[in-house]
Write a protein that binds this ligand. Structure first.
Ligand code: 13P
Length: 256
């Protein structure tokens, strides 16, 4: 696979961490460390930090994302945020279908699809998360499951819209556990996802698709994971909360 056909993207997922002051401090530290990156650098932050993140990253190469978005344009959805609310602020990226949302907040493949379409229609770039649970891997259904999640999430997404989709393969058993998938395991599933894109769309779309790995990626293992032909970037949790560690991962993608 020719990696030059697509952009490497390293995205931080801060999850429910950092108050405004801490967010400002982290971004201030991060800016000079990643300013020469040749990959795209994104930080996805809690809603309460979006304004701070947008202000602090203005004029830099760091892009800002949200961690979730609702599929309705507006209405009686207490506690939710619409895509237009995000784009009006200047937020360009959004994570959709993270396994924590699927596990704890009732997210399904169908709602992931609805959110994905709403975000794309609003002009956003979507970081779409897929990945198997440990039991799925042990039952030998990882490839089928991830293929299914990918297909349903992208139902009715046009090829033009697909150019604003990044897929993050995040095996649930590797998230926050310190248990990383091996580079070969990551490669295997990322290649399956690319194959799904080739089948549902075409080879051109598959070649252009940025596919990230996520799950305990850190400063020590990023280089090996990112050296794999179908691993085009990373979605980083814990290590994104430390500027130094995150910047080492960005550099690994830059050099990859
Ligand atoms: P960790 O890097 O903390 O394992 O989290 C990965 C993740 O869930 C990113 O979305």
């Amino acid at each position: 696979m020719n990696k030059t056909l697509r952009k490497a993207v390293i995205a931080g997922n801060w999850k429910m961490n950092k108050n405004r002051k801490e967010a400002q401090a982290l971004i201030t530290e991060l800016k000079p460390l990643v300013k020469d990156a040749t990959c795209d650098v994104v930080i996805c932050v809690p809603f309460t930090n979006l304004e701070t993140a947008l202000r602090e990253t203005e004029g830099t190469n760091i892009k800002v994302g949200a961690e979730n978005v609702h599929f309705a344009a507006s209405g009686a959805y207490t506690g939710e945020i619409s895509a237009d609310m995000l784009t009006e602020m200047g937020v360009e990226y959004v994570i959709i279908g993270h396994s924590e949302r699927r596990q704890y907040f009732g997210e399904t493949d169908e709602t992931v699809n609805l959110r994905t379409k709403a975000a794309l229609e609003a002009g956003m770039t979507v970081i779409l998360c897929v990945g198997e649970m440990l039991a799925d891997r042990e039952n030998g259904i990882t490839e089928e499951l991830v293929a299914l999640q990918t297909k349903v999430a992208l139902k009715d997404v046009t090829k033009e819209q697909l150019s604003r989709v990044i897929i993050a393969y995040e095996p649930v058993w590797a998230i926050g556990t310190g248990k990383t998938a091996t580079a070969d395991q990551a490669q295997e599933v990322c290649a399956v996802i690319r194959n799904v894109i080739a089948n549902v769309y075409d080879k051109e779309a598959a070649d252009a698709m940025t596919i990230q790995y996520g799950g305990s990626m850190n400063a020590g293992n990023a280089e090996e994971l990112l050296s794999k032909p179908d691993v085009d970037g990373g979605l980083i949790g814990g290590a994104a909360l430390k500027a130094q560690d995150f910047s080492v991962i960005v550099k690994a993608a830059t050099n990859g």
